[in-house]
Every structure is written in structure tokens, then in C-alpha cells.
Ligand binder design. Structure first.
Ligand SMILES: NC(=O)c1ccc[n+]([C@@H]2O[C@H](COP(=O)([O-])OP(=O)(O)OC[C@H]3O[C@@H](n4cnc5c(N)ncnc54)[C@H](OP(=O)(O)O)[C@@H]3O)[C@@H](O)[C@H]2O)c1
Length: 227
């Protein structure tokens, strides 16, 4: 059974990834709070990736880095500290996780790393300058690491559109906002965490053995299609 480290598996997309992987993988979760689910295949380490040293892990075959932010403000209301905070959680946290676990993962079975970007890196949207800057850095990190680690470790990113998690709750806080969000996507939907988890499961698996250095837009059409 392969072992996957999930940073940020207590909630949201990361939690859906943990639940998707648990029947067939050992999962090591790292987050500030524990996932609600308990399972013989699940180990939890409490850790704030922005402040604490990451726990030592001896064996693993894959890494998923989920923590991120949606800090949407006009540029004149974004402070330099907002940009630094977003960079810290989205990029530096991912760098720390990669540096801590790459030596272990490199020795694993068909090793794979999955990062999270956003559709806002490709599609310019008002008020997204801070998160788009950080997630564009995550995309650069993904591509560079994929080149550096080939052929041993595959590194890919998923760039989701709005996904129904706590992080996106401000964007989906009433029926009107939900209807607007549904309507603005060509596929007339947005994402459920389970859908994103299925993509992460695929990218971690041998079925994705030919894929590296790629950013997968899970966009319900909003980046790729104009109707
Ligand atoms: N939801 C969306 O609409 C959307 C859209 C585009 C991109 N994304 C990206 O997709 C990824 C997952 O998003 P999500 O909506 O699932 O986020 P979420 O609901 O906020 O979940 C984030 C996870 O990361 C953990 N986490 C946050 N800060 C942490 C820290 N300092 N140290 C350790 N763990 C930390 C949280 O656990 P604890 O609180 O227990 O620490 C939680 O398990 C993010 O990178 C986000 O930017 C999301």
C-alpha cells in the first residue's frame, strides 16, 4: 500500500483527498486541526506550516500540498503584508513541505507531488492580484521541480475554479451568489471537493505515469471556453 502525505487534509479539498485515498493508501495528514474522520490507515500530525517545524516522516510515496488563501480585495486595499501572507501559505509552505519530504519521496514507489493553483492565475479577474501572484509562483515551482526531479518524481498542479469549501464560503454565502457563480461557468456548475479529490487521486496514481510539469485547469469551462 502506498503512503501519501497530505498537508491540509483536515478540511475542504484536502479532506476530500484524504477520504478518497484512505481505503487504498496509508495517509499521513499534516494540519493545525485533525480531520474528523478516523481510520486505521490515517495518521495525523498537528502542525502550522507557517510556524512549526514539519514532522519527520520516514516513508512516503507522494505529497499533496493543500493550504491556500482566497484574499480578494482591490489593489489599493491590499497591503504588502497581505501579499507576503498569501506568499507564505501558498508558496513558502509548499517549498518547506517539498524540501522536508523530497528525500523520502524520491525513494518511494512511483513518486508524485500535487500542488494547488487557481483559475485566477490564467484568467485575469478583478481583486485577485495577491492570490494570483502567489498561485502563479506555485505554477512556476511545479514546472521547475518537475524538470529537476524527472524522471524520478512527477510534479503537477491542479488549478480549480470555485470549489464548495469553507475557504470559498464568502463567494457562495447565499442563493443569489450560488446562482451567479453557477451561471458564469460555461458548464453551469462549480466544483465539489470530491471532484477535485478524484483528479488528485489520478495524478498521484500510476494512471498518470506520463504526466509531469502540468497545471490542470478544473475550470468548468471558465478559462478554456467562451460561449
Ligand atoms: N475552494 C476554492 O474555491 C478554491 C479555488 C481555487 C483554488 N483553491 C486552492 O485549493 C487549495 C485547497 O483549498 P480549500 O478550499 O480546500 O481550502 P480550505 O478549506 O481552507 O482547507 C485548507 C486546508 O489546509 C489546512 N491549513 C491551512 N493553513 C494551514 C497551516 N498554516 N498549517 C497547516 N495546515 C493548514 C487547513 O487545516 P487546518 O485549518 O486544520 O490547519 C485545511 O485542512 C488551496 O490551495 C486553495 O488556494 C481553492
Amino acid at each position: 500500500m502506498r503512503t501519501i502525505i497530505v498537508v491540509g487534509g483536515s478540511k475542504g479539498i484536502g479532506n476530500a483527498i484524504v477520504e478518497t485515498l484512505l481505503p487504498t493508501h496509508h495517509v499521513i495528514n499534516i494540519s493545525r486541526t485533525a480531520p474528523e474522520v478516523t481510520h486505521d490507515n490515517l495518521t495525523h500530525h498537528q502542525c502550522d506550516v507557517t510556524k512549526d517545524a514539519l514532522p519527520e516522516i520516514e516513508n512516503a510515496d507522494g505529497l499533496v500540498y493543500c493550504p491556500g488563501s482566497i484574499n480578494l480585495k482591490p489593489i489599493n486595499r491590499l497591503s504588502v503584508d497581505d501579499f507576503k501572507d498569501d506568499f507564505e501559505i501558498n508558496v513558502i509552505g509548499a517549498v518547506k513541505a517539498v524540501q522536508a519530504y523530497l528525500p523520502t519521496i524520491k525513494k518511494g514507489e512511483n513518486p508524485s507531488i500535487v500542488m494547488f493553483s487557481t483559475v485566477a492565475s490564467k484568467l485575469g479577474m478583478p481583486f485577485h492580484s495577491s492570490v494570483a501572484a502567489s498561485k502563479s509562483a506555485v505554477e512556476g515551482l511545479t514546472k521547475s521541480l518537475a524538470a529537476e526531479m524527472a524522471p524520478t518524481v512527477r510534479v503537477n498542479a491542479i488549478a480549480p475554479t470555485v470549489t464548495d469549501t469553507n475557504l470559498a464560503s464568502k463567494l457562495l454565502r447565499n442563493d443569489k451568489m450560488i446562482d451567479n457563480m453557477t451561471e458564469r461557468h460555461p458548464l453551469k456548475k462549480f466544483l465539489a471537493p470530491k471532484e477535485v479529490a478524484s483528479m488528485a487521486e489520478f495524478l498521484l496514481s500510476d494512471k498518470a505515469a506520463s504526466l509531469t510539469g502540468q497545471v490542470f485547469e478544473m475550470d468548468c469551462g471558465i478559462v478554456s471556453v467562451k460561449i
